[in-house]
Structure formats: structure tokens, C-alpha cells
Design a protein around this ligand. Structure first.
Ligand SMILES: *Cc1c(COP(=O)(O)O)cnc(C)c1O
Length: 355
């Protein structure tokens, strides 16, 4: 039996989207593949509200997080962390041999523009990293306010992980002045895992030109040289590109972006109401995410038991992650999830726990 995924990625993929992956294979140096690539890029720019260049990478999102560091950090990077994925970018920065300063807040708290301003004013950095939507704690950082601070730091590249928000929460790349925005296919876009996407600004390209060891697979300059011809240096996951192209058209032209954000907002509200009624939210409500809700296990429920009982009823349940692994659980509500499906899921939990 397939378990409906209420985890924060990967998420369920609609059958018609999966169907796209059965298309016959084509060569990646043929016009038909260039057309597919071009169509994906055109719609990705609409999704991201950007005129910046786009890279489609056959990797998970983490690959492009690493790419952003390799290409935009010459010496020193400031890593803001409010959970496990902020921490991941810090580890990547250090492992790439760069100087990395981590600024961390407690689980459930957000990175505020005040924190960013204070830290940026202390030293010279090539870049900052920010997790827009921290999937481990269910926090959406106030990126519009943070972007205002960045506008006073012309030489600093703004690197953003939008892995669990892009396509579910509005994020306007050009308005925000984000230099590299990274996300993957398996979260709010509701596609199978395997492709990562990022936008690259002129500033990021200029920075990359000053850096010598950018690797090969994730070298922005080489990737962009090919992307301008609607190609990739190495063989891309063509089947996933078929699904991406189809799903982007569905999102943009069938549901509509604003409707999609609104649906996610309602999903978030339903999950938060339920969490507050029965438990407690980990984040302050003003920063609580509309794609994933992190709930404090204030009743000391046996989560392993709950996970098993939900599995028997056809649901995949998400435990905690990172520092709050033992004390929280999460409700993933992104992608194609409907309000009805979420309510049914929460009712099932109520039934199991006898609420
Ligand atoms: C899932 C996730 C990642 C990691 O993505 P992969 O595609 O598994 O590499 C990074 N950041 C955030 C915020 C995520 O939710």
C-alpha cells in the first residue's frame, strides 16, 4: 500500500506528472532537448519572478548549495542558521575550505533583519547564506526585511536556500535582490527528487569570475555557458525535465501561483490550529511556515507508536529533525496536498490518540 506522504519532502507526485517520465528518451545534444530545456527555463523564471539566468542541475538541492559556496565565496562567508539546514550550509562552507562564521538562533526562532545587520556590520564577507524556510523547525525567516538590510551591502552575495518554500510561499527573486536562490523538485513543486534549480545574478557571475577553484560539475561559469545554449555540460535527468516542464505549466497556467500560495496559507492555518489545540507550535506563530508545521510533543506522545499506527492507515508521518528530533514532530503540507486531505490526516491522528 502506498503511504500518503505527510512528510516535508519528498511529497506525493500527481499521476499525470509521473506519467511524463515515461516519454521516450531523447539525446541531450538534440534540438528536442534544447526546446525542453528552454521551456523549463522560461517557466522557472516566471515561478521565481526573476530575469536572472537559471541553472538546472542533476543533483539534489544540496549540490547547488555547495555550488553557491564554491562560486560566490572567495574567502569568507556568514552562515545564518536557525536549524539543521542552516547548519548544513555552514558545514558545506567549511568543507569547501572557506572561512565560515556561523550565527545561530535557538530552534523555533527566526533570523531577524537586526541580527543580519549587526553581524554584517562587523566584518567583510563575500556572501551570506540564509535558509528561507527552515524545514527542521518550521520557521519561515522574514526574507523581505532581511533583503532590505542586504541592499546596503553591495559587495555581499545573498545566497538563499528556498528548497522547501519555492512554489508554496511567494518569493520574488529580483525584488529581493537574491543572487543565488536554490531549490529542488521534491518539495513544494511536487515532483520526484533528482533535479535542483538555481538562479544566478550578474553579481554572482562577476564574483565567480574572481574565484579560481570552482570545481567542474558545479562551476557556474561552465554551467551557464551551456545553459545559454539550453544545454548542460554533463547528461541531465531528461525524464525529470519532462515532468518539470509539465508541472510548471500546470502550476503557472492551471492553478495559478497566487492560488497556490493561498492554498498553502490555508494548509498552514489548518495545521497550526490543530497543533495549538492539541500541542504547541515550536516557532512563534508570526514565523510559522505554510509548507511545514513543527509541533512540540508537549503531551509526551509515543511518536514511534503513532508513526506505526498511521502507517497502518496509509500515512507517512514525519518525526522531528536536527536538534529537536526527540521533542517535536512535523506535518508536511506542501505540493499538491488539499485542505481535505490534511483535515483527514489530522482527524486520523485525533482518532489514534483519542482526542
Ligand atoms: C530538503 C531540504 C534541503 C536538502 O535538499 P536535498 O534535495 O535533499 O539536497 C535543504 N534545505 C532545506 C530547507 C530543505 O528542506
Amino acid at each position: 500500500m502506498h503511504k500518503k506522504l505527510f512528510i516535508p519532502g519528498p511529497v506525493d507526485v500527481a499521476p499525470d506528472v509521473l506519467e511524463q517520465m515515461k516519454k521516450p528518451m531523447i539525446g541531450h545534444r538534440f534540438q528536442e532537448c534544447f526546446d525542453l530545456f528552454e521551456s523549463c527555463v522560461k517557466n522557472l523564471k516566471r515561478l521565481m519572478f526573476t530575469k536572472n539566468e537559471i541553472i538546472i542541475s542533476t543533483s539534489s538541492s544540496t549540490g547547488l548549495m555547495e555550488a553557491a559556496i564554491l562560486n560566490c565565496v572567495k574567502k569568507k562567508c556568514l552562515n545564518f542558521s536557525c536549524g539543521a539546514f542552516g547548519e548544513r550550509w555552514h558545514q558545506i562552507t567549511k568543507n569547501c575550505g572557506k572561512e565560515a562564521k556561523k550565527v545561530e538562533v535557538e530552534p523555533g526562532e527566526a533570523i531577524t533583519p537586526e541580527i543580519v545587520e549587526e553581524e554584517l556590520s562587523k566584518d567583510d564577507y563575500d556572501a551570506i547564506t540564509l535558509t528561507h524556510n527552515e524545514t527542521s523547525t518550521g520557521v519561515t525567516n522574514p526574507i523581505y526585511e532581511i533583503a532590505e538590510v542586504l541592499k546596503n551591502y553591495d559587495n555581499v552575495c545573498f545566497l538563499v536556500d528556498a528548497v522547501s518554500s519555492m512554489g508554496g510561499i511567494k518569493l520574488e527573486i529580483d525584488k529581493l535582490g537574491v543572487d543565488v536562490c536554490v531549490f529542488g523538485t521534491q518539495k513544494a513543486l511536487a515532483l520526484p527528487p533528482g533535479l535542483a534549480i538555481c538562479s544566478v545574478s550578474e553579481k554572482a557571475i562577476k564574483k565567480a569570475e574572481t574565484i579560481e577553484n570552482r570545481g567542474w560539475y558545479f562551476d557556474f561559469l561552465n554551467l551557464l555557458k551551456y545553459a545559454r545554449k539550453f544545454q548542460t555540460p554533463a547528461t541531465p535527468a531528461i525524464s525529470l525535465m519532462y515532468a518539470l516542464d509539465y508541472q510548471l505549466k500546470k502550476i503557472l497556467d492551471k492553478e495559478g501561483l497566487e492560488n497556490r500560495y493561498e492554498r498553502h496559507k490555508k494548509l498552514g492555518e489548518i495545521a497550526r490550529e490543530w497543533a495549538k489545540k492539541n500541542f504547541e507550535l515550536l516557532p512563534k506563530e508570526e514565523y510559522a511556515s505554510n509548507t511545514v508545521t513543527c509541533v512540540k510533543n508537549t503531551r509526551n506522545i509515543n511518536l514511534k507508536d503513532l508513526k506505526e499506527k498511521l502507517a497502518e492507515r496509509g500515512y507517512a508521518f514525519a518525526t522531528g529533525y536536527g536538534k529537536v528530533k526527540e521533542t517535536t514532530f512535523r506535518i508536511g503540507h506542501m505540493g499538491e496536498r488539499t485542505l481535505e486531505e490534511l483535515k483527514e490526516y489530522l482527524n486520523t491522528i485525533d482518532e489514534i490518540l483519542g482526542f
